[in-house]
Design a protein around this ligand. Structure first.
Ligand code: SAH
Ligand code: SF4
Length: 384
């Protein structure tokens, strides 16, 4: 990587305005075929376009060299291939890259790539803001503005590939960007239809070709929707547990009042593969004096023993005005020891990109929405 700096780089292009052409990114194969048919284009074009857009990552119809020029010009008149625009790119001294992305309506979301020795995980947002108000999370202080569309969700991963020049889709073992974690802004299960559509596009083997083993969806515990993640997507599941008693979890993750720990763990135990090969990850943020005692660690073991689980201990990442402090390193390691001794793997997640506020729970954009018009009915729209 060249310039290693935490200085934001602004590379904003003008917004696309008054352009009513539909975006081809974000459509399922069937929808793409149907849209082409509406305009008298042959069904086989859908496969060709899919390959150019998601395998080669092209952004212009003119680059689709296997399609005759006249057809390319017609496609150009009718449609666009549009990703979110990069408003600001920041690079952490540790190699993490964070993009502030501007959407067609001017709203903004953040997306982060966390490179590691043998892989890179792109942390993708599902909503602008979040309706939930977890008291330790920066995103939770930003009221929900809106759900992201499938194009805006899969588009975040495509922007990351653009940034690393990782097109056409490389073979799996050589990728710098090898994984998607739905751990950015928002609660993915409150926008499950769009998240599922985007992930199905990312998993299509004629395109971005990420296997389901390389995708992890993290939820704060929207219990009634967890079975759908298993049956429709079968990706890895991560659950933001963060506390071992309902009293504490009610404060940290207020949605716990609706679906308390016992109900949540029942849904986890029923997740496909949870009982054998595939382990569910339980995220546990380390908050000084709140959830980090030896007794908490022992209770965590007791709760998770019946489930095929691993624990991810996340040192609390501070943000301006946060009402918590991170547990000391000694405390975190003692906690990890007890959990390990109880037979659960409990790696401590090294904080990445803290200098650019790109670490877990630090994401937040300036997009706001008038409180009166704030969406209060996400649950209704999520079918709950
Ligand atoms: N909304 C989803 C996914 C996004 S958050 C969810 O809550 O699971 C990704 C992870 O970071 C979650 O486990 C979240 O609880 C955790 N997190 C939030 N704020 C944090 C902070 N300040 N420090 C460390 N982890 C945090
Ligand atoms: Fe929303 Fe997840 Fe943050 Fe809770 S932790 S406020 S669910 S983004």
């Amino acid at each position: 990587m060249s310039a290693l700096s935490a200085e934001p780089v602004s590379i904003l292009e003008p917004l696309r305005r008054n352009d009513l052409r539909p975006n081809l990114i974000g459509l399922s194969r069937a929808e793409l075929k149907a849209l082409l048919a509406e305009h008298g284009l042959e069904p086989f074009r859908a496969g060709q376009i899919w390959h150019w857009v998601y395998w080669h990552g092209v952004r212009q119809f003119a680059a689709m060299s296997t399609i005759a020029r006249a057809t390319r010009e017609r496609l150009e008149e009718l449609f666009v291939i549009e990703r979110p625009q990069i408003a600001v790119e920041q690079r952490s001294v540790d190699g993490t890259r964070k993009w502030l992305l501007r959407l067609a309506d001017g709203n903004e979301v953040e997306c982060v790539n966390i490179p590691e020795a043998d892989r890179g995980s792109v942390c993708v947002s599902s909503q602008v803001g979040c309706t939930l108000t977890c008291s330790f999370c920066h995103t939770g202080t930003q009221p929900l503005v809106r759900n992201l569309t499938p194009a805006e969700i899969v588009g975040q991963f495509m922007v990351a590939r653009d940034s690393y020049g990782e097109w056409p889709t490389p073979i799996e073992t050589t990728r710098m960007l090898s994984n998607i974690v739905m751990m950015g802004m928002g609660e993915p299960l409150y926008n499950l239809d769009n998240v599922a559509k985007a992930l199905r596009i990312a998993m299509d083997d004629q395109g971005i070709a990420l296997s389901k083993r390389r995708i992890t969806l993290s939820t704060s515990g929207i219990v009634p929707l967890i079975p759908r993640v298993g049956s429709e997507l079968d990706v890895n599941l991560a659950v933001s547990l963060h506390a071992v008693t309902d009293d504490v979890r009610d404060v940290l993750v207020p949605v716990n009042r609706k679906w308390p720990i016992a109900t949540l763990l029942e849904a986890c135990a029923a997740y496909p593969g949870a009982k054998n090969s595939r382990r569910i990850t339980f995220e546990y943020v380390m908050l000084k004096g709140v959830n980090d005692s030896d007794a908490d660690a022992r209770e965590l073991v007791r709760l998770l023993k019946p489930i095929h689980a691993k624990v991810n201990l996340i040192p609390f990442n501070p943000w301006p005005g946060a009402p918590y402090e991170c547990s000391s390193n000694n405390r975190i390691h003692r906690f990890a020891e007890i959990v390990n001794a109880g037979g659960l793997s409990a790696p401590v997640r090294t904080p990445r990109g803290r200098d650019i506020l790109a670490a877990c729970g630090q994401l937040k954009s300036e997009s706001t929405r008038d409180r009166r018009t704030r969406v209060r009915d996400v649950e209704a729209r999520a079918g709950l």
